[in-house]
Ligand binder design. Structure first.
Ligand SMILES: Cc1ncc(COP(=O)(O)O)c(C=O)c1O
Length: 406
């Protein structure tokens, strides 16, 4: 099939739930991908933050190939050597105190498990989440997610969820009642627009949750595995949650999530109360083991910190050069530029020029490149963005589109 046929067939047969970009990808390596016509792109979408170790990392490929030839499926009611090796390895790198692991298949599932766990352990029902939060789209996770365009078509959601302003610990304290089981928060909001709270926010939340006997859940689905310049974003403030959610880059691109908790909390879940057919399958565990090793051995968190700083400075130079940009925000290789209008056209123009970019909301361009991206590739992204912003600004100034519209 050629490009047009692939697009038409996918549109015809697949549920129409994604806002599609006009690219047919067929190959990836590191921070680069190629389309069906052989055109190369620097990938700042990275599978929506999945490609931490880059596309087709050789160690992940080797581990998956080896496991495919050995044992693909092994339900967690039976023991498995690779799963065991992965569990030992992951517990070496997560914040101390999180000592039990519940493997799941996705970010939303890790949040679902966290919510059920919090309810079960505390025998309370309610959850405080943040305005601007994104925790996934299954019903429980959606109840914690903020954006009404995701929530409203599916009301009523799980009862007992309320949202308070992100970054204001006192608002969490005011919202706690004798029914509150947990507070759930992303250390940095991703989908909400790359929002970084003030230093000390997570510590304040920790203090409040301890005082009021409420569990603290960190959703590190997007911020985990080195993305923000530390292995986990909570390490920037030295705060350990009671429950942590992980997914995205964990298994090198294969679908996997984890819910981690302190032992006494996880032990409140009894046999059969929460499980899934694919939880902890040997294939994803092999991929995840190789991925974690690559993140550690290749010092990807440190790399994200250094290259992220370089990238951010370059983007700040563009922000200073063009009036259409409002603000650059980011930590490590999780960066956003807020514009004064919808960024969709700039995304399409970047695609034409060989760079894949992501949005966060309507007016924010988001960069979640593989952490193996190099300086030359970052320079290419910046050069393309320079051109795209120039085109956009001159069009808006000449009145082709309004300057402050949308
Ligand atoms: C912070 C956060 N939590 C949860 C999710 C949901 O993950 P998934 O799409 O794997 O269900 C996402 C996805 O973007 C996320 O960014």
């Amino acid at each position: 099939m050629n490009e047009k046929e692939v697009m038409a067939t996918e549109q015809k047969f697949m549920a129409n739930i994604f806002s599609k970009r006009p690219v047919v990808l067929t190959k990836g390596k590191g921070a680069l991908v190629w389309d069906i016509n052989g055109k190369e792109y620097v990938d700042c979408i990275g599978g929506y933050g999945v490609c931490i170790v880059g596309h087709c990392h050789p160690k992940v490929v080797e581990a998956v190939k080896g496991q495919v030839n050995t044992l693909i499926s092994c339900h967690s009611s039976l023991y498995n050597d690779v799963r065991t090796a992965f569990l030992q390895r992951i517990l070496e790198i997560v914040p101390k105190g999180l000592d039990k692991v519940l493997p799941v298949n996705s970010g939303a599932e890790s949040v679902e498990a966290a919510i059920k766990l919090a309810r079960k352990f505390t025998c309370k029902t309610d959850v405080i989440a943040m305005m601007g939060a994104f925790h996934g789209k299954t019903l429980g996770a959606l109840s914690a997610t903020w954006d009404k365009k995701y929530r409203e078509p599916f009301l009523p959601l799980v009862p007992g969820f309320i949202h308070v302003p992100f970054g204001k610990a006192e608002r969490v304290e005011e919202a706690i009642t004798d029914k509150t089981a947990a507070v759930i928060v992303e250390p940095i909001q991703g989908e909400g627009g790359v929002r970084i709270p003030h230093d000390g926010y997570l510590k304040e939340l920790r203090g409040i949750c301890d005082d009021r006997n409420v569990l603290l859940i960190f959703d590190e689905v997007q911020t985990g595995f080195g993305r923000t310049g530390r292995m986990f974003a909570c390490e920037h403030s030295g705060v350990v949650p009671d429950i942590m959610c992980l997914a995205k880059g964990l298994a090198g691109g294969l679908p996997m999530g984890l819910t981690l908790a302190k032992e006494e909390i996880m032990s409140s879940l009894k046999i059969g109360e929460h499980s899934g057919t694919f939880f902890g399958s040997p294939l994803v565990c092999a991929a995840a083991l190789a991925t974690v090793d690559a993140v550690v051995n290749e010092k990807l968190p440190e790399r994200a910190a250094t290259l992220g700083e370089y990238f951010k400075v370059k983007l700040e130079e563009l922000e200073a050069k063009y009036k259409i940009a409002r603000e650059v925000r980011g930590k490590g290789l999780m960066i956003g530029i807020e514009f004064r209008f919808d960024v969709y056209k700039m995304i399409l123009r970047s695609i034409e020029k060989g760079v894949l970019l992501l949005d966060a909301g309507r007016n924010i361009l988001r960069f979640l490149p593989p952490l193996v991206i190099d300086q030359t590739q970052i320079d290419k992204v910046v050069a393309v963005l320079d051109l795209v912003m120039k085109e956009e600004e001159s069009e808006r100034l000449s009145g082709a589109s309004s300057y402050q519209n949308d």
